[in-house]
Design a protein around this ligand. Structure first.
Ligand code: ADP
Length: 163
């Protein structure tokens, strides 16, 4: 069984992430979406449990997609999925520079671990979790940016943070 791992901080999951997950699920037998809790990023908008719950909701329609989380180095954590490859989405050259560096670091930790790249759908090349957080903060319309079923939750969270 060929397994793809789609890692990310998903703060929150966007339609750009979901597009990559859906395409990976069409190629691989199984996709593990791995929510990383060890990100160096400061002040996330959502708690780890909220990020996980949003990802679970967003991927629930895909039968071969499961959700995991990782509190250590990703390259260590994924050793339990034997022969799995990492799938990353590339939006721009800047993504490539970062991901190329990450791949080299990952291979130091886990030399068997390969990373494969899917180019972002052109509808979503501008889209990132930080854009969504910024728009939510100012009460902008989130339709077309995040899964429909998460909009109310994200808007409510942003509203609570504004108060
Ligand atoms: P991190 O910033 O911790 O790497 P992200 O949640 O921002 O995590 O992204 C995880 C993965 O999803 C990365 O491979 C990133 O390139 C990819 N990704 C993020 N947004 C998009 C998008 N709009 N289209 C395609 N891939 C994306």
């Amino acid at each position: 069984m060929k397994t793809a791992i789609c890692p990310g901080s998903f703060d929150p999951i966007t339609l750009g992430h979901l597009n990559i997950i859906r395409r990976a699920a069409a190629i691989f037998d199984r996709v593990v979406v791995c929510v990383t809790f060890n990100s160096a990023k400061t002040s996330p908008m959502f708690s780890n449990e909220e990020k996980l719950e949003m990802v679970r909701t967003a991927v629930s329609r895909y039968p071969n997609v499961i959700v995991d989380h990782c509190e250590t180095l990703l390259a260590e954590h994924v050793k339990k999925y034997e022969g799995a490859v990492l799938i990353k989405g590339l939006r721009a050259a800047s993504d490539f520079d970062y991901e190329f560096q990450m791949d080299l670091v990952n291979k130091r930790i886990n030399p068997q671990l390969e990373t494969m790249f899917l180019t972002a759908d052109q509808k979503y090349t501008f889209l990132s979790s930080s854009i969504v957080r910024e728009m939510a903060r100012y009460g902008a319309d989130l339709h077309g940016l995040v899964p429909e079923e998460l909009i109310d939750f994200i808007e409510e969270k942003a509203r609570m943070r504004r108060e």
